[in-house]
Unconditional design. Structure first.
Length: 113
């Protein structure tokens, strides 16, 4: 495990030391595809899901989760996110979700995306 940054020379988990890095503008984009039935897609498009606006709730939940990554994922650094955008693209048999996060920091923002 000598090439993995979150493990020491003995294979034990550790938090990566980023103190020697320069603070830079960083961006990460993550994408997922969710398959749904045509009936569910129609209900989402027409905003007729009984619980409310599904995509707005999902967007808010995604942004909130991005802001809490350090408390959810072991060894993650606490980051101040400067931008988080979540976009939904409804297609024939599902939804593509794309999350973009930005920071100015010593380490990347991939986990937050």
């Amino acid at each position: 495990m000598k090439n993995l940054s979150h493990f020491d020379g003995q294979g034990k988990a550790r938090m990566v030391d980023v103190s020697f890095k320069s603070q830079t503008q960083r961006e990460a984009v993550a994408q997922a595809r969710i398959l749904i039935s045509p009936q569910t897609q129609k209900l989402i498009r027409e905003n007729k899901i009984i619980k409310g606006d599904v995509l707005t709730v999902a967007k808010i939940a995604g942004i909130m989760a991005a802001k809490k990554v350090a408390g959810l994922i072991p060894m993650a650094h606490t980051l101040i996110i400067t931008h988080c955008h979540i976009n939904f693209d409804i297609f024939k048999d599902g939804i593509i979700i794309e999350a973009t996060t930005r920071i100015k920091a010593l380490t990347g923002v991939e986990m937050e995306a």
